[in-house]
Design a protein around this ligand. Sequence first.
Ligand code: NI
Length: 176
Amino acid sequence: MAIRRVLRMGHPLLRQVARELAPGEIGTAAFRHLIADMVDTLHDYGGIGLAAPQVGESLRVALIEFRGGPTRYGELAAMPLTVFVNPEIEVLGPETAGNWEGCLSVPGLRGWVERPQHLRLRYTSDQGEARQLELRGFPATVVQHEFDHLDGRLYIDRMTDMRRLVFERELERHPP
Ligand code: NI
């Protein structure tokens, strides 16, 4: 398998609406190859999520993986490596929270984004099974960020105060 180059903001593919996978496409050799490449790429770049359009495939596939414990986002429950095919989000509650989001396609920057914090997901697993998952808090933020990529959106589009778009290094030097 292979580490792919992550497309950066400005590449038009990041602004396309990706297409759904047909059931017959899930589990094929080409599909498994793409997932393996995305896992390798996520690990190499050190991210917590990656969407297929970021590696040049305009398909509705994203994966997320993060360890639990103390992080720069606070104390987190872990999310083991999970592949989401054709995901859909239903917002279940009014609560929102903000985070300093980053993106492998927007390297070096962070932006403050507020998002709903209580969701239900419906998606197809990498085994082709229909799944549901209820999420609260930071994992809800991560899935919304990743699934936005499938609609050609970047976190910057969700910002309401562009003064809170900063360089990561400066954010570390000058925590708010
Ligand atoms: Ni991203």
